[in-house]
Design a protein around this ligand. Structure first.
Ligand code: SF4
Length: 74
């Protein structure tokens, strides 16, 4: 899994950080999201999918990477 964020869309709601604090964090100055881990391990994928679903700005997207991770789609 590869995580992408669109900082132009992000409104700083912070929902993603609550869902997956290992993957997302917010800038101190304006609350805009940034990634801590763009390729999180399998045990975090569910939390990342949840973050995608609840982000009010649709600023998060995920891409499945080819190869070893194919078998572990959530
Ligand atoms: S949930 Fe969406 S809008 Fe809120 S901080 Fe995360 S990326 Fe930004």
């Amino acid at each position: 899994m590869r995580v992408h964020i669109d900082q132009e869309k992000c409104c700083g709601a912070g929902s993603c950080v609550l869902s997956a604090p290992e993957v997302f964090d917010q800038r101190e100055e304006d609350g805009i999201v940034f990634l801590l881990d763009a390729e999180p391990p399998a045990d975090l994928h569910e939390a990342v999918h949840e973050a995608v679903a609840i982000c009010p700005a649709a600023a998060i997207s995920v891409q499945q990477v080819e190869g070893a991770e194919r078998a572990e789609r959530v």
